[in-house]
Design a protein around this ligand. Structure first.
Ligand SMILES: C[S@@+](CC[C@H](N)C(=O)[O-])C[C@H]1O[C@@H](n2cnc3c(N)ncnc32)[C@H](O)[C@@H]1O
Length: 424
């Protein structure tokens, strides 16, 4: 398969096999030189899908139903024309038509040829797309669904929404959290460099490093558990949660724990923690087991539990309880652009109900003066502030001690976090 065919196949598999960008990024090209183009175009087409479709729909006949492979061929070709300006129009049309020959029929070959010729006649600049309203303009330029543009405009501001929409298409940095059980940061950095992995201490936390060169999944140091791959935003949630618990023996209950990131980050900060890391999904529980085994962490016990009912028996037993809740994930578009088209405001109501139930049930596990940390990787009010307000109304024996927001426009995944402390 040529690299463009691999890209097409990946884009088709995404929807047909319900995969995500992370799954597609694991595929390796036969020719290593093609890997960069593959990753760039797959991520780019997903991030900019609405913009690409805007142009395609202008040229394709109105109401014409375009079959999935043909639409993806147009999207991936047009992406290269608009966003990778070095590829000449001739090459784009030629490659697109070749793909259509294999994945379409005679009519669709002519259609792809005509559409691509029209669209590559001149340079297209998405910045110039106006839309009928301000919100539609942002939606089409930045490929953020219209309902989300309107929602964020209403609860934040136009400036916030535009900055968020733009940042959501950026390429996120790759970060790793070094495992203090396996050596000092300097020692680990030196062994990684021998394997061609170059890292720099750019994250805000002591053991958080940015990967500058190399694939951190493909080293023997990864297999030996020298680090955990984690966005710096997620590391900052752990820092927030662990404030005051950095030293000493404490019991931590991680209610929505898989694949274990927050429990692992917390154990890197304080190895004396005794952690029970729960999740309701058996497959995801295996991921926790896999991760803690690889990292050699003996203080974390994975448990299959539904946070709405069956949390570990002892009441009021934990110094710290994390509820890193299942959520709409609107803070993760940089890393998981497919979420833009899979989830919407219609999901928010059910999620906030689930979040409220999990948080309420978790409250009974928190010791007097202990902390309940509620966090999400989304930025809606319904899944954050409103869940916390409802909780505080229901549980006046807790107070809100602190809260923080991280935004993609600050170069990290978007998170909201709240520390609720149980009163004396
Ligand atoms: C945001 S993820 C957790 C990420 C994890 N804390 C980390 O840092 O690696 C939310 C998790 O909640 C789990 N989950 C969903 N509903 C749940 C429930 N009712 N009880 C417990 N876990 C649940 C999901 O399986 C998912 O793994």
């Amino acid at each position: 398969m040529t690299v463009r065919e691999e890209i097409l196949q990946a884009l088709l598999d995404l929807d047909q096999k319900d995969l995500n960008l992370g799954d597609l990024s694991q595929r390796t090209m036969k020719n290593p030189e093609d890997q960069g183009l593959y990753l760039e175009v797959v991520k780019g087409v997903l991030s900019h899908r609405l913009t690409l479709d805007y142009y395609i729909n202008q040229v394709a006949k109105k109401n014409k139903k375009i079959h999935a492979p043909i639409r993806e061929i147009l999207r991936l070709s047009l992406y290269q024309w608009i966003y990778l300006s070095k590829i000449p129009s001739r090459a784009i049309v030629y490659e697109g038509v070749n793909l259509a020959k294999k994945y379409g029929h005679k009519g669709s070959v002519g259609f792809v040829n005509a559409v691509l010729r029209r669209l590559t006649k001149e340079r297209l600049d998405p910045e110039k797309i106006q839309g009928k309203t301000w919100a539609e303009g942002v939606s089409l330029r930045e490929s953020l669904p219209l309902e989300l543009v309107e929602y964020f405009e209403k609860i934040y501001s136009r400036q916030w929404t535009e900055a968020f929409a733009q940042a959501s298409n950026e390429r996120p940095g790759l970060y790793i959290n070094l495992n203090p059980l396996k050596g000092s940061p300097q020692e680990i950095q030196a062994s990684l460099e021998k394997e061609g992995l170059v890292i720099e201490n750019r994250a805000t936390k002591g053991t958080g490093f940015q990967v500058i060169k190399g694939n951190p999944l493909k080293t023997s140091s990864f297999k030996k558990g020298l680090y955990y791959i984690q966005d710096q935003g997620a590391m900052e949630v752990v820092d927030f949660a662990m404030k005051g618990y950095e030293k000493g023996t404490f019991k931590l209950l991680d209610v929505c724990g898989a694949p274990g990131g927050k429990s692992i980050g917390a154990s890197f900060i304080n190895p004396d923690l005794e952690v029970q890391c729960c999740d309701q999904s058996p497959e995801k529980l295996e991921k926790i087991e896999e991760n803690i085994k690889r990292l050699g962490l003996k203080n974390i016990q994975p448990l299959l539990r539904d946070g709405r009912k069956g949390l570990p028996g002892e009441r009021e037993a934990y110094d710290l309880v994390f509820v890193d809740a299942p959520c709409s994930g609107f803070g993760l578009f940089r890393r998981k652009p497919e979420i833009k088209y899979r989830r919407g405001l219609k999901d928010v109501k059910n999620l906030s109900k689930l979040q409220g139930e999990i948080l309420s049930r978790s409250a009974s596990c928190v010791k007097i003066e202990g902390s309940l940390i509620y966090s999400t990787c989304t930025l809606t009010l319904e899944e954050n502030e409103e869940v916390v307000e409802d909780f505080l109304r229901e549980y006046p024996n807790f107070y809100l001690d602190d809260q923080r927001v991280l935004l993609p426009q600050e170069g990290r995944d978007g998170f909201k976090m709240f520390r609720l402390v149980r009163k004396r």
